[in-house]
Ligand binder design. Structure first.
Ligand SMILES: [Zn+2]
Length: 287
């Protein structure tokens, strides 16, 4: 079903609201300008190699832009809350719910859900229309991309998309704490080199391989405990979205990738980079 009529109605509601609410319109105008500048910067970023995982450069770049859009819309919502009255907020939430119901609710649609009235026009102004894609973007075998419901686990395509989004969010957060980021990059680069060396030759005992693989994770865990002072600029790190994406990654049917998701809490920032490395090397799938 086309969502164009729904989008037009929802955008019309936002336009009318901004016309009669000058403080909100001012916030909206500023968010639009700031967002355009930040998205230009995000659009030219390339993920460093440990985070690249399976994915194409263009796929990763898209995830980096999505992470920025998500953050921008969350920040806009925090400011807009005080300038929007309850009835208008409720009407907008109802419109968004309707849009998500008409269309797919899966992992392809999560940017506006956590925002506020004006978010649809913001996305539109940044060239990101439509809000909800009509055609499947990925070749999903598990149903999650469309329904948002996880049955047995995430198929390879969904798992990779989730790890890509998780990595992009991690990079966005690490950019706020450059010293911590440098330590994480060091650990991940070592891990990447070791993975190449291990390569699971048949004469290497499995336990040996597993313990070598766990080394990067343990180093991240130590950094998480000892490096708190490096996170001063971002005391709330990791973000809720980072945690949500880690929890989703834990549902991946690729064994090693799912395991990296489950260990994310102990490891903190850098865990998504390890999951991306696991995507590269993991061809074992749960039966
Ligand atoms: Zn899937």
């Amino acid at each position: 079903m086309s969502i164009a009529p729904w989008f037009d109605a929802a955008a019309e509601f936002e336009r009318a609201l901004l016309e009669r609410n000058a403080p909100l319109a001012e916030l909206h105008r500023q968010a639009q300008l700031d967002g355009a500048a930040r998205l230009r910067a995000a659009g030219s970023l390339r993920a460093p190699s440990p985070w690249q995982g399976t994915t194409s450069v263009s796929g990763m770049r898209q995830a980096i832009v999505e992470a920025e859009v998500y953050a921008l819309l969350r920040e806009y919502a925090a400011q807009a809350a005080a300038a929007t009255d309850g009835a208008d907020s409720a009407r907008w939430t109802a419109l968004v719910d309707e849009g998500l119901t008409r269309s797919r609710r899966g992992l392809l649609v999560d940017e506006v859900r956590d925002s506020a009235a004006g978010a649809l026009l913001l996305r539109d102004s940044w060239g990101l229309r439509p809000v909800v894609p009509n055609a499947p973007v990925i070749d999903c075998a598990c149903g999650y991309a469309e329904s948002g419901v996880i049955a047995k686990g995430l198929c390879i395509e969904c798992g990779e998309l989730v790890v890509r989004r998780w990595s992009a969010e991690e990079l966005r957060l690490l950019a706020l704490v450059p010293e911590y980021r440098a330590r994480v990059e060091e650990i991940l680069s070592t891990e990447a080199r070791q993975k190449k060396q291990i390569g699971v030759p048949s004469d290497t005992p499995i336990s040996d391989v597993a313990s070598k693989r766990a080394r990067g994770g343990r180093a991240l865990g130590r950094l998480r405990r000892s490096g708190r002072r490096l996170l001063v600029a971002g005391r709330d790190l990791p973000s809720e979205r980072w945690k949500q994406l880690a929890a989703l990654t834990a549902k991946a049917l690729q064994i090693q990738v799912g395991a990296e998701g489950r260990r994310a809490g102990r490891r903190g920032l850098g865990a998504a980079g390890l999951a991306a490395l696991a995507v590269k090397s993991d061809d074992a799938i749960h039966g």
